[in-house]
Design a protein around this ligand. Sequence first.
Ligand SMILES: Cc1ncc(COP(=O)(O)O)c(C=O)c1O
Length: 449
Amino acid sequence: MNEKHIRILRDLGFNDITSEKMTNDYWKARAADALAITTQDRDVYGCFDHTRGEGVIIYDIEGKEFLDVTGGVAVRAFGLRYKPLLEFESEIHDVIKELPGMDFDAIPQTLLAEKLASITPGTHKKRVVFTTSGGRAVEGCMKSAMDLSGNRRFVAFRPAFHGRTGYALSLTSTNSKHKNKFPQGVDVVRVFYPYCYRCPYGQNEEDCNLECVEALRYALQVEGNDIAATVMEPICGEGGLIVPPSKAVKGMYEATKEIGAYFMSDEVQAGMGRTGKWCAIENHGVIPDYISMAKALGGGYPLGASIGPVPMYTEGSRHSETFSAEPKMSLLSLWIIRQIETGGYLKKNAENGAYLLKRLNELKEKHEVVGDARGIGLMCGVEIVKDKRSKERAPKIRDRIVKTAVNKYNLLVLGAGPNSIRFTPSYIITQEQIDEAVSRLDRAISDST
Ligand SMILES: Cc1ncc(COP(=O)(O)O)c(C=O)c1O
């Protein structure tokens, strides 16, 4: 961190901060003392320098350079400090930021709502409510589905990740740590996510009769079908980077429609063009009633959107959030969408994603512990197993690989689920950078097994 930024911190009253204290250990200890949580392991990741980095290159506080394939957990569509975005940001620096977008009308959030309605699947009339997080984007849809249907129960999957607060947490099932001793906010009928590599019904792809869809029908028959909505991730992200077959997603949609319930696609991680379509559910040929978006939507700022059918809520004031869709955030979001459109990023993400998956499949061929490689567009991953024949999950080997990749090979990468490794890079990643990232992962796997 340069002297200017150290001075800024000192000017903010932290006179103890000096360049000598710019070490990972010092700041990790201070963070551990001050912050209630970090979802990642401080043994693996350093303290990142918030003042440096460009594109997919990020630095820790000691100046160590990393190649980033996390994209800030799918937040940074255009990487770090994307020059055209910085220029736009400075052009709008004098825009009023302090208008609560869901309390009073202003032009930017109206335009953004119109734009989101037009790029999301389906030509039906939609309405949008803005939020400041992915979990709340899910909850805005859930409240609407309850409001419009009069039903209180949801269908959700195992595994599934939809957030860690309130109603969204009720749908989540990726890790008992998230749920133990917290109340179940809404009632959920839970069925297995379509996970062909580990079909919960013991089927192979060849003799699959969509047992997972029949399991949903059966659950609705015996547990009751007073369902507000089925909530599904079009690609299961946190749960292990699982790509469901489209016929199963369609089957879940049809089973939902048979009982007159709404279908919702949680696009918080997979949406915003990442898979080569605006919404990942489009890859499955399904038009959902509800869509939740966040992460890349805000151009780096906390912006989420719940998108649903008209009228969305039976009356005004049924739902709101103070810090949502303030004008600057909305303008930045409109800029991101425009950039994806004019820069041809849907096509690029599909192409670069196919290339990434091809390279990850090479790792599968090469390493006994890489049981599966899967993904759509720039949302790909590998599943780590003891060996290909047993498919036994190998969480410890996965953790070792991630730690080696980060610490030894300077590849900033994340796990997903108990034993997968996930790539959700920024859209500006090049094929050369993909090659470099895969090569670093390759070496980390070799070293760890
Ligand atoms: C599919 C999905 N839904 C919801 C969320 C929750 O988003 P947030 O952490 O912004 O509340 C996440 C976060 O990773 C997610 O991947």
